[in-house]
Design a protein around this ligand. Structure first.
Ligand SMILES: Cc1ncc(COP(=O)(O)O)c(C=O)c1O
Length: 434
């Protein structure tokens, strides 16, 4: 590798700045394999077995909630949580415009009307002002989503929700272990919902959990996931005496194989979260020092611990020498990194096309539904189209030296913005003429 090749961005023919391999995800250990073998040999593979019970105990202690129930994924957790706080068909549920589609689907699938509200352009999480403006007499619940690497402003959201008698179902699919003023996400609102799907920072491939403090909410969620049966006395050993819960429940159970993986993952989570936090802080400080179009989202001082499904960053087109976000990320990713964009605004997802008869959403009364075809949420759309950037969680498990290589890549790209633009323009012209 020549010195000159080192100074040039890879997109201009130089060597990639990042030579470390990206950390692998999910992490697997020999202990996980040994414990899994024991579970397989035990013959108890599901039905509220010892692994699931132990995980629920450990997870509720980690979150600081009175109750924890495991479910099949992080979508049915949301559905059951909404039902348990009293959402019935025809109620309105407020959902941020920027989230994974499942947040909205969970409300729709139980017959609620989803009202989308805009996000805060710094955190990309539900904007409390937009939440307040979206409230109507039919609003029953709000779903703050702690998205990517920032938490929602839970002080304002709770204050507004309490003033209007609105239930708060936190979607914590992204942030197992985040803390707002010393209280873990998932223990702040009325219910917390977690996903353990493969890409999540606590994972069993698929799976989910619900945390709450109210025994009635817990009993309802339990009945909904256990085909109608629920603990008679949730304060005692919860699974031993199940009685009819008077709910139309389904089988949304988790298996013992999943639970044993979750116990292994949970035993590593605090250390991994601390590593991600240190990595993100180093990257944020380095980017600030570099200046240029890329910066980390500012951390709210009320966030006492930040867990990261991904690091939230912002791209400023005004500082990018005419490069669009996609072009800038293309140049960066040629340096052997994995920056990405954001989810689609949920209301623009083809899934939510209420008027396409080939894809009807169940239980809908179009007359009472917000018209998503004409809806625009400016902060959501600007972040999606132009400015939002994410760095997935496993990159943040890297060493300081890895973070420094990423910073070196950004510095190199920032120093060559006009040349990168000229190269991409020439490439596009050539492709256009071809
Ligand atoms: C914010 C958010 N909510 C809910 C979900 C749904 O979780 P699951 O895929 O486990 O159903 C996801 C996951 O993909 C998510 O990212």
């Amino acid at each position: 590798m020549t010195k000159k090749a080192n100074l040039l961005p890879a997109l201009l023919g130089g060597d990639a700045a990042v030579t470390h391999a990206a950390p692998a995800w999910p992490v697997t250990t020999d202990e996980d394999v040994a414990r899994m073998t024991d579970v397989v040999r035990s013959g108890t593979w599901s039905w509220l077995g010892p692994q699931e019970r132990a995980f629920c105990e450990e997870y509720k202690q980690f979150i600081g909630s009175h109750y924890c129930a495991c479910l099949a994924n992080g979508t049915v957790t949301l559905q059951c949580a909404l039902q348990a706080v009293g959402v019935v068909p025809g109620d309105e549920v407020i959902v941020p415009g920027m989230t994974w589609v499942a947040t909205a689907q969970a409300a729709m699938d139980i017959g609620a009307t989803v009202v989308f509200a805009d996000i805060d352009s710094e955190t990309l999480c539900l904007d409390p002002v937009a939440f307040a403006a979206a409230i109507t007499p039919r609003t029953k619940a709000v779903m703050p989503v702690h998205l990517y690497g920032c938490m929602c402003d839970m002080d304002r959201i709770l204050e507004i929700a309490r003033a209007h008698g609105i239930k708060v179902v936190e979607d914590v699919a992204h942030q197992h272990g985040s803390e707002w003023r010393g209280v873990k996400a998932g223990a702040i609102g009325d219910v917390g919902s977690f996903s353990f799907q493969q890409s999540k920072i606590l994972t069993s491939g698929e799976g989910g959990a619900v945390t709450c403090n109210d025994p009635k909410i817990y009993q309802t969620i339990f009945a909904l996931k256990q085909v109608g049966w629920t603990p008679e006395n949730p304060a005692a050993e919860p699974c031993d005496k199940l009685v009819p819960g008077n709910r139309y429940g389904h089988n949304y159970r988790l298996t013992e194989m999943q639970a044993v993986l979750l116990r292994g993952g949970l035993s590593r989570l605090a250390v991994q979260n601390a590593r991600r936090e240190a990595f993100a802080a180093r990257l944020a400080a380095g980017l600030e020092q570099l200046g240029g179009p890329l910066r980390a989202a500012k951390r709210d001082p009320r966030v006492t611990k930040q867990a990261y499904y991904a690091m939230t960053l912002h791209f400023d087109p005004a500082q990018a020498g005419g490069l669009k976000r996609e072009d800038y990320l293309q140049a960066l990713n040629r340096e052997n990194i994995g920056f990405g964009g954001l989810y689609w605004p949920v209301y623009q997802s083809p899934l939510l096309n209420l008027y396409d008869t080939t894809s009807p959403i169940p239980f809908r009364d179009p007359a009472r539904v917000q018209d998503y075809r004409t809806l625009t949420l400016p902060a959501t759309e600007r972040a999606f189209r132009e400015t939002g950037v994410t760095l997935p969680n496993h990159f943040l498990l890297g060493t300081d030296a890895y973070a420094d290589q990423i910073l070196a890549a950004v510095a190199k790209v920032n120093a060559h913005l006009p040349q990168i633009r000229a190269t991409l323009d020439a490439q596009q012209a050539k492709d256009g003429n071809a």
